[in-house]
Design a protein around this ligand. Structure first.
Ligand SMILES: [Fe+2]
Length: 350
């Protein structure tokens, strides 16, 4: 089945779904929620046009459906439609800003558009006004978003200030049990300027992995398989040990292992950008080809372009282009260092 047929098939499924005799109090609203969730699933599987159509269908039923707003915005994020995403989220903000679960996350998405455009002050203004006040009563999702937001901006060489990190550090402090690897990686980001806390966090994960009473726990296994390397990689970036960071992080991204830690593609993009940052900062000629491949992949994945990637391309050129081209290891030899998989795994492989 080609993508067009799949799209048609998805629409047929929606038409069928509309005919299902729902027994809830308000079947039409319930159908809207189902469509909103379906739209997000379509988006994460890269059926962008269908996802947007289904999400907008859900919003016709209930314009205050925050999950459907979120799904439609995810399409704009993935396609690089930053200005449209800003217009969409700001024009609908009164519909979703009171959502207890997702309002902070949608404000985070709004910030992502501004970060892509290089408008860090705008992102920080939204962080201060809309996200930080929600941290006191926050779900951990809000803390995760706050952490990755500040981290993204600092990777671009822009200091956000200790006063913005501190509330996140405080709010994360009760989370000493290793419940979910995805969250732990974001706690590590808050330790960006706190090497001892970063070392303690890694040790805490080692202790957790070594527990005999939870050997079958999925999170423990993920932490062992992926987590420790990922945490050490982030720690190396924080401590400016960039060559080590690349050696730790690159195989995880090359083998698409990070899909196993959860989160959306937009959330996990922080790890792509972190690796790009490490490769640029390392100024190691062995990484040049890999770096440009990563930049090219990120650029081509955004249908309407990525100003963020364009900035990193400029930084990469500044870091590498003055070097003697003859000193670079040819691409064919690089594969001996970082052999890419022969066949790419499907995106949703687990
Ligand atoms: Fe999201």
């Amino acid at each position: 089945m080609n993508s067009l047929e799949q799209s048609v098939d998805h629409f047929r499924s929606i038409e069928k779904a509309k005919k299902i005799p729902l027994t809830f109090d308000n079947p039409k609203i319930t159908l809207g929620f189902i469509l909103g969730m379906y739209a997000f699933a379509l988006e994460e599987n890269h059926h962008f046009s269908t996802a947007e159509a289904v999400g907008r269908e859900a919003l016709k039923i209930n314009q205050r459906d925050t999950w459907a707003v979120h799904a439609v915005n995810h399409v704009m994020e993935m396609e690089g439609r930053q200005k449209e995403g800003i217009r969409f989220l700001t024009s609908t903000v009164d519909d979703w800003k009171h959502s207890r679960i997702l309002s902070c996350h949608n404000f985070w998405h709004l910030c992502l558009h501004y970060i892509e455009l290089g408008k860090f002050e705008m992102a920080l203004e939204i962080f201060d006004k809309e996200m930080a006040p929600r941290f006191k009563e926050a779900s951990i999702l809000d803390l995760v978003d706050g952490s990755s937001l500040l981290y993204r901006i600092e990777l671009e060489g822009y200091s956000v200030g200790v006063h913005r990190w501190q509330p996140l550090i405080d709010a994360f402090s009760p989370h000493t049990r290793r419940i979910l690897l995805f969250n732990d990686t974001h706690i590590m980001m808050t330790n960006r300027h706190r090497p001892q806390d970063a070392a303690n966090l890694v040790q805490s994960m080692r202790d957790y992995i070594g527990r005999k009473d939870i050997t079958n726990c999925t999170n423990r296994r993920r932490s062992e398989e992926i987590g420790l390397t990922l945490m050490e990689g982030l720690r190396a970036v924080n401590e400016r040990r960039y060559n080590e960071a690349v050696h730790l992080l690159y195989p995880l991204l090359r083998d698409q292992k990070l899909i196993k830690i959860g989160g959306s593609e937009a959330q996990r993009d922080i790890f792509n950008v972190t690796l790009i940052h490490a490769m640029v900062m390392a100024k190691n000629p062995n990484y040049k080809g890999l770096l440009y491949d990563m930049l090219d992949t990120r650029n081509s994945s955004k249908k309407f372009g990525s100003p963020l990637t364009a900035r990193w391309i400029e930084r990469a050129k500044a870091a590498y282009e003055k070097e003697d081209e003859a000193s670079f290891i040819p691409k064919s030899m690089q594969s001996a260092i970082f052999a890419p998989p022969r066949t790419a795994k499907p995106l949703n492989a687990t």
